[in-house]
Design a protein around this ligand. Structure first.
Ligand SMILES: Cc1ncc(COP(=O)(O)O)c(C=O)c1O
Length: 455
């Protein structure tokens, strides 16, 4: 297997060539981007929507494709950061949304749709006895953490190095820390992910290494009496869909119980893995769960839920709630209608089919890596996957950092020029709208890239 560094000069050549081709083929997107930079910092309103030399602008979506304003048809392999599990504009969801649009888009009262979607989550996820909706996954994790603090009377949270839970201060710690500031692997140092996060926030975060139970246990033994919540993704998402080892997740769950810490499973992305989410797959029962993405059927959404006695903190029916929870668009009927219609489509067999395709894609990519002697590690589970251009296995944030981002960037641009829309971070996911023909198109492009890279 080649060392990724030896392939980087070739990757740079490919990248330069593909960038030029992209610039030539996308004049309207270039113009739209230049126009946007006047009023949006960096031309975008969401970091992931930028990539150099300039992002493409979508015109419309259809199934597993979208068409951009230059008329390029692109196979969507990121599905708005995993949220469009049925692809673009699925008929059943569009019908439900149209029907609700005709009735109204927002009310300062309930419609019952929020009750139905909450029932669907409660039916599918046994650990979730009650639910509250929010407008984003970030708000979902924020409220779950606040509930844990109120419930335990403790101030701190424990999170994973490399774990992403949204954009609020306490979780924007050590998501992608520079390794020279991150301390020892077995006892990582909290590093602010962004300017503007008060330094004292770091003192409220206990950082744990992913997939290293003995080290995590040792840290919790020291810190537990001040820790309210232990929040973890069953699949480390932002680093590249790195699944937790089952013993790790089960061990953390047991440690949380032993120390009286509220165990929060962040299923914002992983809920697409089964009808009951990753917790059903791993056989874990968290105290609280955060949701987002697919439960909104393509519309803005988040939710949190869990044990009844914790969720009771939000109950204002008997006087003032211990945790007042507002939000102008919480449970808005368009999102709720779209979410219900989406979950109705997500039968056991629909999700099973999607996961089986994911298994097939990972297997085929491993075979391609072997065929071309490419330094490739394929991570992922179910319908989510990522290629890491690295010669050594990837099981946590730090091992993920050994991969070449340059080779990946070359693949991303190479794909863009051949009708594929991968994510600019290399993560990919499938939608039920995708058939074998599309999967083969993706694999053929990866193979073509590897053959060019090996030349
Ligand atoms: C695991 C996880 N938690 C939380 C979030 C935040 O969700 P949102 O972007 O809806 O705020 C994300 C978003 O990607 C996520 O992947």
């Amino acid at each position: 297997m080649a060392n990724p560094a030896t392939l980087e000069p070739r990757a740079q050549e490919i990248l330069d060539r593909e960038r030029k081709a992209y610039e030539e083929a996308n004049p309207k997107s270039r113009e739209a981007y230049q126009h946007s930079t006047r009023v949006l910092p960096g031309g975008v309103t969401r970091q992931l929507c930028y990539f150099p030399p300039f992002p493409c602008y979508a015109d419309f979506g259809e199934g597993c494709w979208f068409v951009d304003i230059d008329g390029n048809r692109r196979l969507d392999l990121f599905n708005n950061a995993t949220s469009l599990i049925l692809g673009h504009r699925p008929q059943a969801v569009m019908k439900a949304v149209r029907e609700q649009l005709a009735r109204g888009t927002a009310f300062q009262t309930n419609t019952g749709l929020e009750t139905r979607l909450a029932e669907m989550l409660v039916e599918r996820v046994p650990s979730v006895e009650q639910v509250r909706f929010t407008n984003s996954g970030s708000e979902g994790t924020l409220m779950a953490i606040r509930a844990a603090r109120a419930f335990t009377g403790r101030p701190k949270i424990a999170k994973m190095e490399g774990g992403y839970h949204g954009s609020h201060d306490v979780v924007e710690v050590s998501v992608r820390p520079p390794l020279d500031a991150a301390g020892p692997a077995e006892a990582p140092t909290p590093v602010a992910e962004s300017a503007g996060i008060p330094p004292e926030t770091m003192a409220g975060v206990v950082l744990l290494p992913y997939n290293n139970l003995p080290a995590a246990r040792a840290i919790l033994d020291r810190e537990a009496s001040r820790v309210a919540a232990l929040i973890v993704e069953p699949i480390l998402g932002s680093v590249g869909f790195i699944p937790a080892e089952r013993e790790f997740l089960a061990g953390l769950r047991a440690e949380a119980a032993r120390h009286g810490i509220v165990f929060i499973l962040d299923e914002v992305q992983s809920f697409r893995l089964s009808r009951g989410g990753a917790q059903a797959l791993f056989g874990i029962r968290p105290d609280m769960t955060a949701f987002g993405k697919i439960i909104g059927g393509g519309f803005p959404v988040g939710a949190f839920g869990g044990r009844r006695e914790i969720m009771a903190l939000f109950d204002a029916s008997t006087g003032r709630a211990r945790i007042p929870h507002a939000g102008t668009f919480n449970g808005n009927p368009i999102t709720m209608a779209a979410g219900i219609a989406t979950l109705e489509q997500l039968t056991e067999s629909a999700i099973g089919g999607l996961n089986a395709t994911g298994d097939r894609v990972r297997e085929r990519m491993r075979a391609l890596g072997a065929k071309y002697g490419a330094p490739m590690q394929i991570t992922g589970i179910g319908s989510m996957f990522k290629i890491h251009f690295s010669a050594s296995p990837v099981r946590d944030y730090r091992s993920g950092q050994r991969a070449s981002s340059l080779i990946h960037e070359a693949l991303f641009l190479f794909g863009l020029n051949r009708g594929l829309f991968l994510s600019s971070t290399g993560r990919c996911c499938l939608s039920t709208a995708m058939g074998d023909t599309e999967v083969e198109k993706y694999l053929a492009a990866v193979e073509e890239f590897l053959s060019v890279l090996a030349r």
